[in-house]
Design a protein around this ligand. Structure first.
Ligand SMILES: [Zn+2]
Length: 291
């Protein structure tokens, strides 16, 4: 497990042992902090048949490893919505008696994607849970959840590791530790940083730094840079925003702050399909060449 999750995990298992664990837990926190992993590890502990909780060797742990535990139901989606059918199916299963005479667990990842009818279906189980049933949910955007759902869960904030913890974890898995700026540009998440390094399809932060250097020295035009980065427009816009906020912190230059805000609003506009991405990037890169 990611080391920065272990204290919260230990606390939750301790509360379970003391019969004080809430049946509906909502893990909130930024993207790539490890909420999914935490919910899976906790589910494993809740279902484990051994004293050690998550022993990896009991029947329950082995079934989880094989992806076929009859009392664990995970809802995930790569679509834009979690529909009512997926939620109803999971609920109907936990309404039956546990097949391994233990707890029953539903995990819902990115729970904010539930449709309104899916939320309402879940609400009943949250209000009147069947015995020994736990609902573990994760979200980056709790504000999108119905207030009725929010008020019936215990909300747990999963925090990112600090810079030193991030570097020591990255080094422990053989990744050279980033600079503070590079980590900030990846949302301060060492997981995002690692994933990007390992993805051969994407341009890395090093290339971005190089583009900035060339733009400043006049060896690159905003137009060419925009074309080069248009396939990763949102990412590079966030990086540019990070660059400007750092500049603002250094110099208290209001123009830098204005550019930062322009990056924020551009990042939002880039969510709309059919937009001319290179045109937006051209404007943003143009501010670098004006330096
Ligand atoms: Zn076990």
């Amino acid at each position: 497990m990611y080391p920065w999750l272990s204290s919260l995990y230990t606390e939750l298992v301790g509360r379970y042992d003391a019969s004080k664990l809430h049946h509906g837990l909502l893990f909130m926190g930024p993207r790539d902090v490890g909420k999914g992993q935490l919910s899976e590890q906790l589910a494993k502990a809740l279902l484990c048949k051994s004293e050690t909780k998550g022993c990896d060797t009991c029947k329950s742990c082995l079934l989880i490893k094989a992806g076929s535990h009859p009392d664990l139901h995970t809802i995930t989606t790569d679509k834009s919505q979690i529909g009512v059918d997926a939620v109803r199916l999971a609920i109907s299963k936990v309404n039956q008696t546990s097949q391994l005479s233990g707890n029953k667990v539903i995990i819902i990842q990115t729970v904010e994607l539930m449709s309104e009818s899916a939320s309402n279906a879940l609400l009943k189980t949250l209000e009147e849970p069947t015995p020994n049933t736990y609902l573990l949910m994760t979200t980056n955007e709790p504000q999108r959840l119905l207030p009725t759902i929010l008020s019936r869960c215990e909300k747990l904030l999963v925090a990112l590791p600090n810079f030193e913890q991030s570097c020591s974890w990255l080094e422990s898995i053989g990744v050279i530790a980033p600079t503070k700026t590079a980590l900030l540009a990846h949302g301060s998440s060492p997981i995002t940083f690692k994933n990007e390094l390992e993805d051969p399809e994407t341009k890395g932060f090093d290339e971005f730094t190089e583009t900035l250097r060339k733009l400043k020295s006049g060896n690159e035009t905003a137009n060419r840079a925009a074309l080069q980065w248009q396939s990763e427009a949102t990412k590079v816009t966030n990086w540019l925003g990070q660059y400007w906020i750092e500049e603002y912190k250094k110099n208290k230059n209001t123009k830098a702050y204005g550019n930062y805000q322009a990056c924020l609003s551009s990042a939002k506009r880039l969510n709309h399909p059919g937009l001319n991405k290179s045109l937006i990037l051209n404007t943003l890169f143009g501010e670098i060449t004006c330096l």
